[in-house]
Write a protein that binds this ligand. Structure first.
Ligand SMILES: [Zn+2]
Ligand SMILES: [Zn+2]
Length: 327
């Protein structure tokens, strides 16, 4: 097999030949057919997450077909198409796992961060954390659902049922979530970098009610806002944009420091929350819903060997929607 390996934080990924991995107990091996590129992969490569482990193959929006099954795996078959998300393993016994909060597990493993992910031609996955995907939909179009879609879905639940929803940072996650929110009858307000009219037009093409720069206030106060961009300065801006009792949800794994802000922005029972990881139930719920509502992910594909280019293009906002690597 081959992988685009991160050998040292802050250096480019390297095309590397590795022995074919053999699945251990409870594991499956996937022949990877597509893997999305997420902002979290950039945080891994840049060393912005704690305890970086190298060498590592990034990638946690993995679509593949099972080509080997380890001992003790039931309910999965050779040739079946599955998706492997960010959450790669949980301990099952910590207070969070026992309380239906496995997203907060004390001893988790994450695909593409603390176990090898999908920037590769093959990968091993814990079979309990692989989602059967059926045969509807193209591999490349499904890949971004595995994180951008799922994290957006979890963030939407935490944002509450409000009808007026702001999305700060209109990338892979927001462009999927805008479609979900619209089918739920919500009005979506898209905030981009100031002056990014191309992305604002892209958002309008997906039916948002309003699109503008993050330095602008929406035409009416929002019920909730979700921040996808890793920019702490957006927190006070989003608090300013929500109504009394409104919620602001930070959906990224990493963010630059939040600047100090006057208490009156939080006053009147505004809530500031964060979303971490996902549970398997989030995945089951969202991946059942996605084909029913016909989510169309806008993807730019790259050959696996061009993973560094894809990461660089993501960093510099050179495409709208999501990037996907094809082995
Ligand atoms: Zn991700
Ligand atoms: Zn646990």
């Amino acid at each position: 097999m081959h992988a685009m390996l991160l050998k040292k934080v802050g250096t480019p990924l390297e095309w590397t030949e590795l022995p074919d991995p053999q699945p251990g107990a409870g594991e499956i091996r996937l022949k990877v057919t597509a893997c999305g590129v997420c902002r979290t992969d950039l945080h891994v490569v840049d060393g912005e997450l704690p305890n970086p482990q190298t060498p590592i193959a990034p990638g946690h929006e993995v679509i593949g077909r099972i080509d080997a099954i380890g001992p003790g795996v039931t309910g999965l078959q050779i040739g079946q198409r599955v998706g492997a998300p960010w959450l790669g393993h949980t301990c099952g016994v910590c207070p969070y796992c026992e309380n239906n909060q496995e997203n907060l597990c004390d001893k988790p493993l994450f695909n593409g961060y603390t176990r090898h992910g999908g920037f590769a031609t093959a990968m091993l996955a814990d079979a309990r954390f692989a989602f059967p995907l059926g045969e509807t939909g193209e591999d490349a179009a499904l890949a971004p659902l595995l994180c951008a879609g799922l994290i957006g879905w979890r963030a939407l639940a935490i944002a509450g049922p409000g009808k007026k929803l702001g999305l700060y940072g209109f990338g892979a996650a927001a462009h999927i979530l805008a479609q979900v929110a619209r089918t739920q009858g919500r009005a979506v307000y898209a905030f981009t970098q100031p002056g990014d009219v191309v992305t604002q037009d892209f958002a309008r093409g997906l039916g948002v009610s309003w699109a503008g720069g993050s330095d602008q206030l929406p035409p009416e106060p929002l019920d909730a806002a979700i921040i996808f961009a890793p920019v702490g300065a957006l927190v006070p801006l989003a608090l300013k944009a929500v109504r009394k009792g409104g919620r602001v949800v930070c959906a990224g794994i990493h963010m630059s420091d939040i600047p100090s802000f006057p208490y009156r922005l939080l006053w009147e029972e505004r809530q500031l929350l964060s979303v971490a990881n996902l549970t398997r139930q989030d995945g089951i719920d969202f991946l059942q819903l996605a084909p029913k509502i016909g989510i169309a992910a806008s993807v730019t594909t790259y050959p696996l060997r061009q993973a560094n280019q894809a990461l660089d293009d993501l960093r510099n906002g050179r495409f709208d929607g999501a990037a996907v690597l094809i082995p």
